[in-house]
Design a protein around this ligand. Structure first.
Ligand code: DGL
Length: 271
């Protein structure tokens, strides 16, 4: 049993997809979230810069005595496969890549999986490598979708949003052409475009949310390690951002809905 909070972080609001699933699965856990909204997007930056930012994010959360670190960001999760981001970290941690790749491999029927991510994620080939390690016979089509991130950060997520639909058509053309039956939303911002992506791909294609898969992985890991909280009351959520609290609060509400147990504050990261 461990009543310390779970630490979750992302470059912005996308990682709240992990928080939402965690709250659903483990309502008694305390959660500390960091969204580095002042520096989002990470996905267009070099792996050295992503690693530097990620270490600052991690140090902030370690300062809150977290029992586990969840990298709710496809971009950082991909960078950590090559950069020593977690070198001196002693608490348990996970990124989104391996839990998501496993879920996609289980879901595919025709062995054709698509991966949508940021430019850095797709360039790293992290998801493709993880999928091939599980089943070399699976064909992987990857596509960088950098414009999806600012669309989500700015709330262009409505199912009928003409701009987002047009961009989705362009990005997803290759997925339709290659007949993928399972599509990984390898950036934690993308589940917010779930309806547009599903409408564009058709209802037969299974969408896998990397943020939600990470939350499910965390539940299994904490259960296995006997590290769940024994709190009887609902857990507290502390959500930190590095830029405007007003903007974050607005966007966070579209991810989490109304959450009476969440406090939102601005923080300054040590560089
Ligand atoms: N949420 C980040 C991810 O999962 C994307 C945003 C960014 O580019 O920083 O990759």
């Amino acid at each position: 049993m461990n009543n310390d909070p779970i630490g979750v972080f992302d470059s912005g609001v996308g990682g709240l997809t992990t928080v939402k699933e965690l709250v659903k699965l483990l309502p008694h856990e305390n959660i500390v979230y960091l969204g580095d909204t002042a520096r989002v997007p990470y996905g267009t930056k070099s792996s050295t810069t992503i690693a530097t930012y990620a270490k600052q994010d991690i140090n902030f959360l370690l300062g809150h005595d977290v029992k586990m670190l969840l990298v709710a960001c496809g971009t950082i999760s991909s960078a950590m496969m090559h950069e020593p981001i977690f070198e001196n970290v002693t608490v348990s941690y996970s990124g989104v890549v391996l839990p998501t790749a496993e879920a996609a491999c289980k879901a595919t029927r025709n062995k054709r999986i698509g991966v949508l991510g940021t430019s850095a994620t797709v360039k790293s080939q992290s998801f493709a490598n993880a999928i091939k390690a599980i089943d070399p016979g699976i064909e992987v089509t990857s596509k960088a979708c950098p414009m999806f991130v600012p669309l989500v950060e700015n709330g262009y997520t409505d199912r009928d949003c003409k701009v987002t639909k047009l961009i989705a058509e362009e990005y997803l053309e290759i997925m339709k052409k290659n007949e993928v039956d399972t599509l990984i939303l390898g950036c934690t911002h993308f589940p917010h475009l779930h309806d547009i992506i599903q409408d564009t791909m058709g209802s037969d294609v299974k969408l896998i949310s990397s943020g939600a898969e990470l939350a499910r992985f965390a539940v299994d890991a904490l259960t296995r390690d006997n590290a769940l909280s024994d709190r009887q009351t609902e857990g507290q959520r502390k959500l930190y951002c590095t830029d405007s609290v007003e903007l974050f609060t607005e966007t966070a509400a579209t991810f989490l809905g109304k959450d009476n147990n969440a406090q939102i504050a601005k923080c300054i990261l040590k560089t």
